[in-house]
Design a protein around this ligand. Structure first.
Ligand SMILES: Nc1ncnc2c1ncn2[C@@H]1O[C@H](COP(=O)(O)OP(=O)(O)OP(=O)(O)O)[C@@H](O)[C@H]1O
Ligand SMILES: [Mg+2]
Length: 308
């Protein structure tokens, strides 16, 4: 994987919000990670850790306070010129948590899904446009007759499929899914995640999959980044993170997951981690490689202590 060129490179990304004359919230404070074509990068961390802010900065709903974002080798972190903006709008798409809120209730599914085409390919004729929508409906497991219905006539899982269809019709290289399945029933979550995986195998699309449910992230991600207070504290392949968690925050997250096996579940000990009393200062650590693609945010002393 490492000899391929990354699709997305996030370098020392900072997103600070001014909340009063003197105070800033450092929602994201120096985060770096790469996403390769066709892979799923899972971003996990507790509420308020900065996950959505990273997603929104990457798709440029915000202008980053600092750092660099490269997409297909193109710098998309500063002011965007017209061509770069257009390339970004077409090749990077977002799936939202609440599809109902992002779907105009007065529009038919056909028009909702075709929205991106209407904006970026106004030259397309009605026949082609409809064919494109039907192809995408096939891909996400909805039927052609669904195209003539309205959003309220669908279940939550079906609506999320409409949201996915809408993102996919642009044939994007990267889809950012921010808690895209969190509002769904567990059984439907599995269906939608499996659908996303299937589509990935067919199209080589990459996902930035944002969630706080670690078991879903484990299931879908090739690599994982663990976020805490706006810092990436640990990253690596799903296996590296789950079989050998090093950072105390990652350990506490993993120890909170119940084991399916009742025998090991009996011996599971939840680990508490309190940043304020831990003596750890995230701004003093550096993201250090500890083998393979496994990296941990730590000072030399911390790393020695945690890997002993
Ligand atoms: N526009 C904004 N203005 C000011 N502060 C913000 C803004 N957006 C986010 N924040 C703050 O930045 C921090 C990170 O927020 P963010 O929404 O990225 O967290 P999150 O990890 O997505 O949380 P959740 O799991 O609850 O969705 C929070 O402290 C939040 O209050
Ligand atoms: Mg969020």
């Amino acid at each position: 994987m490492e000899d391929r060129k990354p699709l997305l490179q996030v370098r020392n990304l900072k997103q600070h919000f001014k909340v009063s004359r003197k105070f800033y919230v450092k929602a994201v404070d120096g985060v770096s990670f790469d996403i390769y074509p066709g892979e799923t990068y899972g971003l996990v961390g507790e509420s308020g850790s900065g996950k959505s802010t990273i997603g929104r900065s990457v798709i440029r709903l915000y202008e980053p306070t600092g750092g660099e974002i490269l997409f297909n080798g193109m710098d998309i972190s500063g002011k965007l010129d017209k061509d770069t903006n257009k390339a970004l709008r077409m090749n990077m798409q977002m799936i939202f948590q609440d599809p109902m809120a992002s779907l105009n209730p007065r529009k038919k599914v056909l028009d909702l899904i075709a929205l991106g085409l209407d904006i970026h390919h106004p030259e397309m004729n009605a026949e082609e446009r409809k064919k494109k929508v039907y192809d995408i409906l096939d891909l996400v497991g909805l039927s052609h007759e669904h195209a003539n219905r309205y959003p309220h006539q669908f279940s939550g899982g079906q609506r999320q499929r409409i949201g996915i269809a809408r993102a996919l019709i642009m044939d994007p290289d990267l889809v950012i899914a921010d808690e895209a399945i969190s509002a769904l029933d567990v059984s439907i979550q599995a269906q939608v995640v499996n659908l996303m995986k299937e589509i990935q195998q067919k199209t080589n699309i990459a996902y930035l999959f944002i969630a706080h449910d670690l078991s879903m992230v484990k299931y879908i991600s090739d690599r994982i980044g663990v976020l805490h207070y706006g810092h990436l504290v640990e990253t690596g392949t799903t296996d590296e993170i789950f079989s050998n968690p090093v950072h105390p925050y990652t350990k506490s997250l993993l120890s909170a997951i119940p084991h399916p096996n009742p025998i090991t579940e009996r011996d599971r000990k939840a680990m508490n981690y309190d940043y304020a009393s831990s003596g750890i200062d995230y701004t003093k650590g550096t993201l250090t490689n500890i083998g393979g693609t496994h990296m941990v945010l730590a000072t030399e002393e911390e790393l020695e202590k945690w890997t002993k």
